[in-house]
Design a protein around this ligand. Structure first.
Ligand code: COA
Ligand code: AMP
Length: 629
């Protein structure tokens, strides 16, 4: 029998009491005045309290006599490296690195950008920032210099922490030239770059660059945990908005710790000493919350994996890691399972490994399609739990809380609202719709602990983006419905965000890049269905009159431009030249119709289309690129 209903009701009856009890799992330096209150018009948690996130993630466990427990297991399928760090070893690494950062001038409140591959030093870096009260901003290694530059100029970091290279199957990416170019592009310049040399590619250091290993090895001092306000930012994580300017999601210290610690046992059924593996990247929110902070706050063992679900070396990589380290629960994106299923449809590689310690699979980051969930259930024989959340929240809005007792699974649904979230499905006028009817999914304010209090240096953008459309609610920008049993179904985004292999990307940002090409008069980018990645971007361009270049050349230049400006991760591989974009008589581009054509879905000729003949021409152009009917 699940304790979910009772737990949710307890939260609803006394939200402050509920979170104050959960806060008992955290060490506070000084207590709060209010569990939750408005500060400068923004909802804040544990107002008046002081704390340190690094203390709670590391030192607290060492002080409790658990220093010899494994905190971190690192496994690189790219280099064959394996390493283990106890909580005591992690404390030493992080306290030393913290002292190095302080010697480089970093103080409480400074921003530090971390642009690193999936190596233990990335985790040390995040925790070292938390230790000294600096605000980290991790930038995913697959982003190009222009994206990094945008984040540098917005966050204005004192330091940038990086490594000499990232490793992708078949290629090595030298990071230093990318960092140098980004600094060149940004009006703000950091004081120093601290660089960790990886043996696969070493970087030449310039005048303001510092060698990581020498600095840490030479460091005699260990940085203490600095007291910060519970409401001080722990990190900024930039995520795609509807323009080329990403949104700097702010995460606080106190509320974040409380919600994550609660989620680990209630949702993931992971307690102290359990081994948890989140196969994501520290550049994404899943990596922040469930590679780094939540497992360590819980005193569990976290696994950090550098590699891919397939091709490193095969579709058995996940089973190998689960078996080698006795992983109790794995968290990944459905796309990883679609990739495995494609390579090993019968799941034959699973049988090669001992998965007896493995108890549950968690999927999030994009819609978990029922076929993939069923495949995983049939082959792994453990609960497969879909859960729904966003960079903005840092933890589940809806889930099936395994630790409270699993609720019946309904394929296609991430199950029910977690305590802290009162979910409403609203129509355009802000009225609640009936069960089964599609609408905008909104959360009644205030948002629970860990959710963004605001956007970095952009309170007004925060209000405009999330709070203005439906007064009194947070607008998730996801559309969906709730069924008669209270189960939630997430169907699509209401904005221009697409989800490519679990990576959140803005088609608007890609359109800005295509529109800036000198031969392009107009463009549209849409997300079309992809068997493995869930969605892929597809670009359409209309050439300016008098352009003498071949359309196919302009198309290739556009693909290259998006890769250069956003990064390989954008995965825009196809751009199609058409004569005109289909529009309504009022000038709105008919993106939905084009998407249905590309996805071979039935569609009605829109009554408001200005020129019906154009759709036939577009169908022909798509066909020439192997897309659509
Ligand atoms: N640094 C540099 N480049 C990177 C990168 C990184 N950290 N991560 C990805 N890229 C590049 C890839 O090399 C690839 O380049 P290519 O176009 O030259 O091949 C491109 O970005 C797209 O990468 P990816 O989305 O990873 O696609 P893929 O085809 O290489 O692999 C999957 C497909 C499904 C195996 C892979 O996407 C995957 O493992 N997904 C899991 C998703 C995930 O963890 N999401 C996090 C949210 S929970
Ligand atoms: P990100 O901020 O990168 O985590 O992306 C958040 C978005 O991913 C959400 O707003 C959804 O659109 C989508 N998403 C995440 N998890 C799920 C899920 N379980 N089901 C459906 N969509 C999801």
């Amino acid at each position: 029998m699940s304790r979910y209903a009772e737990t949710y009701a307890r939260w609803k009856a006394d939200p402050h009491g509920f979170w104050a009890t959960a806060a008992g799992q955290i060490d506070w330096i000084s207590p709060w005045d209010s569990v939750q209150a408005k500060v400068d018009g923004l909802d804040r948690w544990f107002v008046g309290a002081t704390c340190n996130t690094c203390w709670n993630a590391i030192d607290r466990h060492v002080a409790a006599g658990q220093g010899e427990r494994t905190a971190l297991i690192f496994d690189s399928a790219m280099t064959g490296t394996k390493a283990r760090f106890t909580y005591a070893a992690l404390q030493d690494e992080v306290a030393r690195l913290g002292a190095v950062l302080q010697d480089l001038g970093a103080v409480k409140g400074d921003r530090i950008i971390i642009y690193m591959p999936m190596i233990p030093q990335a985790l040390f870096a995040m925790l070292a920032c938390a230790r000294i009260g600096a605000i980290h901003s991790v930038v995913f290694g697959g982003f190009a210099p222009a994206e990094l530059a945008t984040r540098i100029s917005d966050a204005k970091p004192r330091l940038i922490l990086t490594a000499s290279c990232g490793l992708e199957p078949g290629r090595t990416i030298a990071y230093k030239p990318l960092v140098d170019e980004a600094i060149e592009l940004s009006p703000h310049k950091p004081d120093k770059v601290l660089l960790f040399q990886r043996p696969e590619v070493t970087a030449a250091l310039g005048g303001s660059d510092v060698d990581w290993d020498s600095a840490v090895t030479a460091q005699r001092r260990r940085a203490d945990c600095v007291a910060v306000a519970a409401t001080d930012p722990l990190y900024i994580l930039y995520t795609s908005g509807t323009t080329g300017q990403p949104k700097g999601v702010v995460r606080d210290n106190g509320g974040h710790m409380v919600a994550l610690r609660w989620s680990m046992e209630a949702i993931y059924d992971i307690g102290p000493g359990d081994v948890f593996w989140s196969a994501s990247d520290v550049g994404w929110v899943v990596g922040h919350s469930y590679i780094v902070y939540a497992p360590l706050l819980t005193g569990a063992t976290t696994v950090m994996f550098e590699g891919k679900p397939v091709g490193t070396p095969d579709a058995g990589a996940f089973w190998r890691v689960i078996s080698d380290y006795k992983v109790k629960a794995l968290f990944t994106a459905p796309t990883a399972f679609r990739a495995i299923k494609k390579e090993d449809p019968e799941g034959q590689l699973i049988g090669k490994y001992d998965l007896s310690a493995f108890k549950a699979l968690f999927l999030a980051g994009e819609r978990a399609d029922p076929d993939t969930v069923k495949w995983a259930e049939n082959h792994l024989h453990v609960p497969v739990i879909d859960h729904w959340w966003q960079t903005e929240t840092g933890w589940s809005i809806a889930a099936n809380p395994l630790g409270l007792g699993k609720l019946p699974v309904k394929h296609g649904s991430p199950t029910v609202a977690m305590p802290g979230y009162e979910i409403h499905v609203l129509d355009e006028g802000g009225h609640e719709v009936r069960p089964g009817i599609l609408g905008a999914i909104c959360v009644k304010l205030p948002l629970p602990p860990s959710c963004l209090p605001t956007l970095w240096n952009a309170d007004e953008r925060f209000r405009q983006s999330y709070l203005s459309h439906f007064p009194g609610y947070y607008e998730t920008a996801d559309a969906g419905y709730i069924d008669d049993d209270g189960y939630l179904y997430i169907m699509s985004r209401t904005d221009d965000i697409i989800n490519v292999a679990g990576h959140r990307l803005s088609t608007g940002a890609m359109e800005e890049i295509l529109a800036a090409h000198q031969s392009v008069a107009e463009c549209a980018v849409l997300g079309i269905a992809d068997e493995v990645k869930g969605q892929l971007p597809l670009g359409f361009i209309v050439l300016k009159a008098g352009v003498s270049k071949l359309p196919s050349d302009v198309e290739k230049e556009c693909v290259k431009l998006v890769r250069e400006k956003i990064g390989a991760v954008a995965a825009l591989k196809t751009v199609i030249t058409i004569k005109r974009l289909p529009k309504t008589r009022s000038g709105k581009i008919l993106r939905g119709t084009m998407r249905k054509m590309a996805d071979k879905e039935d569609f009605k000729m829109p009554a408001t289309i200005d020129d019906p003949a154009i759709l036939g021409e577009i169908a022909e152009a798509m066909k020439a690129h192997g897309i659509g009917a």
